[in-house]
Design a protein. Sequence first.
Length: 178
Amino acid sequence: MVFGEPERFHKQMRAFTPSLTSLEQKNKQGTNSGDVMSAMGEVVACITRLSAAIPHFMWRVQAGFPSPAEDYLENPLDFNELLIAHPAATFAVRVTGDSMQDVGIFPGDIAVVDRAITALDGSIVLGVLNGEFTLKRYRQKGRAVWLEAANPAYAPIVINEDHEFEVWGVVRHAIRRL
């Protein structure tokens, strides 16, 4: 399910990479089941506003015993500045599955993905593997590339010439509603 205007959002997503068009073609030819975008759960548009600042208190909050409150504020906290480094290259997806639970990414979380960042060994990425979206840790040693889940129930996926693989972006944040 795509939030907002689906056709407009698909056009914006196509601007990110030409491979989306090729994935949509495969989908129309019947090689993928369901909508390409819904394969990764929900896609959530990151709309940056001029300002969405909230008060940000300077003191640290104890999760155990209470600490005395202080009477001053830091600069307002703007979630756009905090979560989105490259607005034109950032989007969000709703996570399905439990393969990344050991790094604190759970089903229902929103992963903030930045396409302007190059994946390095150890990065958590949104990738397209054989036409399907996946969220995994990107590993590289020399010419060898593989994807690791953060759950021992899932085996690593070694990327070889039999795989069609592309990194779509690096996951910068995971947002969870409590």
